[in-house]
Write a protein that binds this ligand. Structure first.
Ligand code: ZN
Length: 163
């Protein structure tokens, strides 16, 4: 955990209503986080913490690229990432995360956002991610074959579009 201590955000000790952080999430970051989908990358991360009426709003800006595995040839490929994501945090009794609001124990008053940054980046990766034409190690199928997508992807796509 020590490697990611730099991603601690002190909510209780805020000296003004808005505090900014900046990180460079590099290969060391991704290997320390140990996420399954992204193993390497280089991301500029900016965070603005705003304190308002008992809650903290954490606004993240991610920009850079991460390395993921190509669905088609299984070789590493670079995925550009540019995203803005918000996390709402309140101080309370015990740690909790209901998917919308994270509760951080008041006695600690600190949240480590390393995993949040990882998740926000991972969310930006398209369901099907492949090398651009011509860069893939697997020869492109003809267009008629391209139409025949894996039925499992169709099912997932339907789920994703239902939102
Ligand atoms: Zn590929």
């Amino acid at each position: 955990m020590g490697k990611l201590d730099g991603y601690n955000v002190d909510l209780k000790g805020m000296t003004s209503d808005t505090v900014s952080y900046r990180w460079q999430a590099d290969n060391d970051f991704f290997s320390a986080v140990q996420g399954s989908e992204i193993k390497a990358g280089s991301l500029d991360v900016a965070l603005r913490v705003k304190q308002a009426s008992g809650a903290h709003e954490l606004e993240f800006q991610l920009k850079g690229e991460v390395e993921v595995t190509c669905d088609r040839c299984l070789e590493p490929m670079s995925q550009p990432i540019e995203a803005q994501c918000t996390l709402k945090v309140v101080l309370g009794e015990d740690y909790a995360d209901d998917g919308e609001v994270v509760t951080v124990p008041e006695r600690e008053g600190i949240i480590n956002v390393a995993w949040n940054i990882y998740e926000f980046a991972a969310l930006q990766i398209p369901l099907r991610h492949v090398h651009p034409d011509g860069e893939c190690k697997v020869l492109l199928p003809t267009s008629s074959e391209e139409e025949k997508t894996d039925p499992r992807w169709d099912a997932l796509n339907k789920l994703a579009n239902r939102k």
